[in-house]
Design a protein around this ligand. Sequence first.
Ligand code: FAD
Length: 456
Amino acid sequence: MQLTALPAGAFTDVPAHLVVTDPDVLEGYRTDRALGAGGMPVAVVRAETTAHVQAVLRAAGRHGLPVVTRGAGTGLSGGSSAVDGCVVLTTERMKDVRIDVGARLAVAQPGALNAAVKQAAAAEGLWYPPDPSSYEISSIGGNVATNAGGLCCVKYGVTADYVRGLEVVLADGTAVRVGGRTVKDVAGLSLTQLFVGSEGVLGVITEVTLRLIAPPAPAHTVVAVFPTVAAAVDAVLGITRTLRPSLLELMDRASIRAVDDMTAMGLDRDAGAMLLAQSDQPGAGGELEAGVITAACEAAGATEVFGTSDAEEGALFLAARRAALPAVERLGAVLLEDVGVPLPHLPALFAGIEQIAEHTGCLIPVVAHAGDGNVHPFFVHDAADPASVAAAETAFGQVIELALGLGGTLTGEHGIGRIKAPWLAAQLGPDVMALSRRIKHALDPEGILNPGAVLG
Ligand SMILES: Cc1cc2nc3c(=O)[nH]c(=O)nc-3n(C[C@H](O)[C@H](O)[C@H](O)COP(=O)(O)OP(=O)(O)OC[C@H]3O[C@@H](n4cnc5c(N)ncnc54)[C@H](O)[C@@H]3O)c2cc1C
């Protein structure tokens, strides 16, 4: 039965000042950045400790209350959007970060921002690589729960590659520690990785232990403009055949123009596509790789190639790429896609997206973590016009089908959340869906954790 108010005395074990039921405040916790209509929670609990999280889950279990765990709410798939009658359990006050220099580890509470982990590591001469474009605004717990990717994945991997251990509170309130602090550890099942990317449906992550590495050398940046997206994709294939850049990002004409409109950076507005590549090889290796990247761009038909080893100049171009989503959001409401394909199928994916844009009449600017085959088409629409919304939704579904048909995935990094749950079975098939449901049932038999997300 769905509740419209918190049962009296439900959270007696949680300090009262952490439990919020003011409707004006609840309103701000209804949706993540996927927007859409989130449900109405009956309460928000601002947990400060693992014990608070345990108390919330025990009480939720007793009262049959759904629990939606929320980090910073920057998710793009509706995973932290509320459902009617739920408790939103926010980790926004769990922000501690400690660095163990000797073991090269960061131990963080889940609500710490990715940027705070990076800063704490940098203060000790260490580096935490994963860098979603949202690194300044997303939480490390949310990053782990979505297995966030980012711009440096092409060389350094995704969040999962840095998670050594976790503390997780299970649906029944038990707090377990999985993984640990050692470089190598094969004791028992790989439960740590089971929780990475589990989007709040298997447990609440209350502490993360992260591997840190030595910082990279200053990067050499290459920026190339192409007459067409197809030529830029050719360059991506040429570059990745020979080396492993530390960054390889693509923006198409519509996204270049949107960013230039917002930032007045003086980007080439007539380019069909722009490629940003970096090499962080130390010493002469960086120059050498930048040269190989430049040659590959020229061979693919770049009309202009610009290189710099000036860190500030390089950072400016990256800022342009990171600004893509807010810039496109100025054009209208945005439904954001996150498909991935094996690299050789990138040309077919881009060509297919262009056709889908033509057929549906939907404006679809595209940016891509091109070196990973991870592509973000933005379906721009007028949220007040049903025909425009329908065109965006049709295009969204068609791009997913296109990617799956090319042997790809419906999400490379944003997760399934709620908005992609209807398509998950098409990728996983009935047996893996059934296995996933058995795992969910074993950990959360009453189904209180993030109902409707991921498995539908
Ligand atoms: C401008 C912009 C750029 C972005 N760029 C990228 C990018 O480059 N790469 C990328 O991967 N993503 C990107 N994202 C998406 C988003 O920032 C990531 O998915 C991020 O990891 C979400 O973190 P969050 O703290 O906001 O999580 P939330 O949105 O709060 O939650 C995301 C999911 O994780 C679950 N969750 C959160 N915390 C916990 C926890 N402690 N325990 C269990 N479950 C939990 C939630 O229930 C939900 O299912 C971008 C978003 C924006 C707005």
